[in-house]
Ligand binder design. Structure first.
Ligand code: GLU
Length: 893
């Protein structure tokens, strides 16, 4: 040690010496047993009082721990295998649960070190050197304190004098920091483990939103930090994080209660508080008549103390508390049972304890014997369960701490003194505290009186093992107990079935900020928040990708009812049994039957003049076209496939092109014949049936070639159609645009237009050639149908069924018009007036004047003047009357 350090220590020592003398004057009480080696003890024999005064006697954590130390020392002294002949002694002091009070008290432990001060550094007035008044034995080590802040303060002092310290209760995390507390060890684990255990418990209840209350000071602060850190890593949020100040008043506890109420969703409240603070909070709840509002999960500050919940058991009911795992030392209970206020002179606080436990007064403490309000203590009183005695949970750790010192000292003795005999030797006395702590104390390993292994890790900490208790009512009685419901060692083992909450409730209280989102909902939360959210529904066609995201299933897909994934929608197409199919099928079948009947009649009468006159070949072509158009209904209604789509594209245009090509050929021929007849007697070319067929075929071929080109440019196929605004529908359609389909009919429209022009042109020819008139009717009606069809087709685009039906009906109507207007007059004559089905050589219109003109297409209007005109022309220019053969093929109705 350097000269400067020695000087500082000398100065400090002299200052402390006077402090010790002063303090001893005030707080002289100590438990003292003689021995060659003295071990100090610091216990919270009294609770914290107001200002610097001590509070009430602390029966369990104070007296029991004190007695546990004395008991352990007795046992060690009786054991011939430990420390040879050397006896251990003890000086035990009260901390009054206060760090500043404990610091004052622990100066006693350094007094001997102060005595070692070189007295030659001081000189009396007469020139002599002073002689020290107190010649105490040096303290080898200290067992204590209990509250972490007490241990922390004391550790700061003891390290200056190189006195090792072993705490049996202080769990504050910072005490593991060996750069600051290099003479401190403990038989208990640091709170980092306890925080993990508490978070494990919270998690096992599925709580994600809890409040946290901690005591100001080392224990609460470090516990709170460790809990917060662990909770954050597991997405558990702290709703209210409150701190109980030192010496908190009732008003402060009431304020804490009100703060907890602001986040009442957080029903779970974790207490990392000292015993008196835990009680203060429970009392505030009691005052507010709020029993059962919160569910408590408490650290070992509450532990399993009965005194803490006395009178407020109903508020504490259901609490889950953590206590360091310990075993009962049976021998200690026997030891306690044998203790009485009369035979325990070495413990100066025992009388107070005795009187408190038995609510009596010891005879020598009774002032007025005749007027005593409290009974005099009977000498037969004993500490057993009937008077509420229960071994305190950290007694084992106190005994372990004393034994740790004993085993370490035994190691030193064995090495340094044993070769010289069984007694205390100078080498041992002079051993440096640092060496003792590092090389002997931290290396001890032994089985304790309860059968548990005791050893320290490199930080001087004990093993992290905890018991978990549930404060329950016993049956229907008014008695409560801490029932063990699990343990924690490298993980949580909790029997949830055994846990009973406030008022005997078995259901775990809910402690969450926001309820989980329903099916098909995702969480909307603020950045950084993991516990509170709003739920928002996904769109009907979206599924829940993860708890925060809705994802589109995509066209043609729809989410399952649980919204976790999607399935392919069933493709819709026209069903044969749908009303939209039945109606066009009915119309089409009627058309097919009628067309078949006409074909039949024509075939039967193919050699009759009327059939011949109407042009057999073209008539059959026309009927074929009409038949194809009727048949197209079935193709249009069929389930789309590549073949069906090809057929649709080809068939509709093809069918129409046959009809209108034939009609155009017809009207064109009539027109040419009459035009020609007016100009010359020469027979117009290409009017023979053969030519007619060829011309018609050429017209049809244009459509066929157009369709073929279209097939090459846009091969047929199917596609899925997703109607706007109806995401749950997928319609199987042919892969053509509606517009393309109409374009494919453009050629037919041109044919219809030209045909109509011819029909108009030839409307005035004589009545017996007036097939052109019926062609005219056909064309006008067709034009109207087609003009109406286009807007209807596009207008019904949002319903594929209506659209297909409209198309089918329109095609069938066009076919009906052609069938009726062109063939019904002929059929009428063939079937009902076969007498008129004879060849007429004259073209006297009067002969056939009364012949029926039309059944469906209206009646013949007065064409007298025009017929007259043609007649005149024919009569005046007989040479230019159409040739007989030509006339044969002209209608002669
Ligand atoms: N573990 C508490 C602390 O470190 C002390 C509990 C007790 O004394 O039982 O403050």
């Amino acid at each position: 040690m350097s000269a400067v350090a020695l000087f500082v220590r000398a100065l400090l020592s002299s200052a402390l010496l006077w402090l010790v003398i002063y303090e001893q004057g005030i707080n002289g009480m100590k438990a003292h047993t003689q021995g060659a080696i003295i071990i100090g003890g610091l216990f919270p024999i009294h609770k914290k009082g107001t200002k610097s005064k001590c509070g009430l006697i602390n029966k369990d954590r104070g007296i029991q721990r004190t007695e546990a130390m004395l008991f352990a020392i007795d046992r060690i002294n009786e054991d011939p295998n430990i420390l040879g002949n050397i006896k251990l002694g003890a000086i035990i002091l009260d901390t009054c649960s206060s760090d500043s009070y404990a610091l004052n008290q622990s100066l006693e432990f350094v007094r001997a070190s102060i005595n070692t001060v070189d007295s030659t550094a001081f000189q009396c007035q007469d020139g002599s050197h002073p002689k020290l008044k107190f010649t105490n034995k040096a303290i080898t080590g200290v067992v204590g304190g209990s509250y972490s802040e007490v241990s922390l303060q004391v550790a700061n002092l003891l390290r200056l004098f190189r006195i090792p310290q072993v705490s049996p209760a202080s769990t504050g995390t910072s005490l593991s920091d060996k750069t600051r507390y290099d003479f401190f060890a403990r038989t208990v684990p640091p709170d980092t483990f306890q925080a993990v255990a508490l978070v494990d418990i919270v998690q096992s209840f599925n709580w994600s939103y809890v409040s946290l209350v901690s005591s100001e000071g080392q224990y609460g602060d470090s516990g709170m930090k460790a809990f917060q850190q662990e909770a954050r890593s597991r997405n558990i949020c702290i709703a209210v994080n409150d701190k109980v100040p030192h010496s908190a008043t009732k008003a402060m506890f009431d304020e804490i209660y009100r703060n907890l109420l602001t986040k009442s969703n957080a029903r779970g409240v974790v207490l990392f508080t000292r015993a008196e603070d835990s009680r203060g909070i429970l009392e505030a709840i009691k005052r507010a008549n709020s029993t059962g509002t919160f569910a408590w999960v408490a650290s070992d500050g509450w532990g399993k103390q009965d005194k803490l919940v006395e009178g407020i058991e109903d508020v504490a009911e259901g609490a889950i508390t953590v206590e360091l795992q310990s075993k009962k030392i049976e021998e200690f209970d026997w030891y306690m049972q044998n203790l009485t206020a009369y035979n325990n002179q070495r413990n100066p606080w025992f009388e107070e304890y005795w009187e408190d436990v038995f609510s009596c007064k010891l005879p020598h403490n009774v002032i007025n014997k005749n007027n005593a309000t409290v009974p005099v203590c009977s000498p037969n009183l004993r500490l057993d369960e009937s008077v509420g005695y229960k071994q305190e949970s950290k007694v084992q750790f106190v005994v372990d701490a004393v034994y740790a010192f004993a085993h370490a000292l035994h190691g030193v003795w064995f090495e340094l003194c044993a070769p010289y005999g069984k007694d205390y030797c100078a080498q041992m006395r002079n051993l440096d505290g640092g060496v003792f702590y590092r090389d002997y104390l931290l290396n001890v390993s032994f089985m304790d009186l309860a059968g548990s292994e005791v050893k320290f890790d490199e930080q001087g900490d004990g093993l992290g093992r905890y018991d978990i208790y549930n404060y329950q009512r016993i049956g229907n009685s008014s008695v409560f107990e801490y029932k063990s419901v699990g343990s924690w060692y490298d993980g949580l083992h909790l029997n949830l079935e055994e846990v009973v909450w406030n008022q005997g409730e078995k259901k775990i209280p809910v402690s969450i900020c926001s309820a989980p989102c329903g099916v098909g909902e995702v969480k909307k939360m603020q950045v950084g928040d993991v516990c509170c959210w709003l739920c928002s529904s996904c769109k009907p066609w979206e599924y829940v990708l993860d708890e925060f995201t809705c994802a589109d299933c995509g066209h043609g897909r729809w989410p399952y009812p649980d919204k976790t994934s999607c399935y392919d929608l069933t493709q819709q197409y026209m069903r044969w049994n749908s009303i939209f199919a039945i109606v066009p099928i009915g119309i089409s079948c009627l058309g097919i039957v009628l067309t078949g009947a006409v074909i039949f009649v024509f075939l039967q009468n193919s050699d009759t003049p009327i059939v011949k006159a109407s042009g057999r070949e073209l008539s059959f072509m026309l009927l074929t076209g009409i038949l194809i158009c009727f048949l197209m209904t079935f193709v249009l209604l069929a389930k789309p496939s590549m073949e069906i789509c090809g057929l649709q594209r080809f068939g509709v245009g093809f069918g129409f092109s046959i009809i209108y090509s034939a009609l155009l050929t017809k009207t064109n021929r009539i027109s040419r014949i009459f035009d020609n007849a007016r100009k010359s007697a020469r027979r117009p070319s290409f009017i023979s049936p053969k030519s007619q067929v060829v011309i018609t075929s050429v017209f049809i071929a244009v459509q066929v070639i157009g369709a073929a080109v279209w097939f090459i440019i846009e091969p047929p196929g199917v596609r899925q159609y997703y109607p706007d605004g109806k995401r749950n529908e997928v319609i199987l359609k042919c892969r053509i645009k509606d517009s393309s389909f109409l374009i494919s009919l453009v050629y037919n429209m041109i044919l219809i237009t030209i045909c109509t022009v011819y029909a108009v042109k030839t409307r005035k020819i004589p009545e017996n050639f007036n097939e052109s008139k019926f062609i005219g009717f056909t064309m006008y009606t067709t034009c109207i149908i087609w003009l109406a069809f286009v807007p209807i087709y596009f207008g019904t685009g949002n319903s594929f069924e209506v659209q297909i039906t409209t198309l089918c009906v329109s095609i069938s109507l066009s076919s009906f018009v052609a069938l009726f207007c062109l063939f019904s007059p002929k059929i009428y004559i063939i079937v009902f007036h076969p007498d008129k089905n004879v060849r007429k050589l004259t073209m006297n219109s009067a002969t056939y004047k009364k012949a029926p003109t039309s059944s469906t297409c209206g009646t013949t209007t007065n064409h007298g003047s025009s017929a007259e005109q043609v007649k005149l022309t024919v009569q005046t220019t007989p040479s230019r009357v159409p040739a007989e053969s030509d006339r044969d093929s002209l209608t002669s109705l």
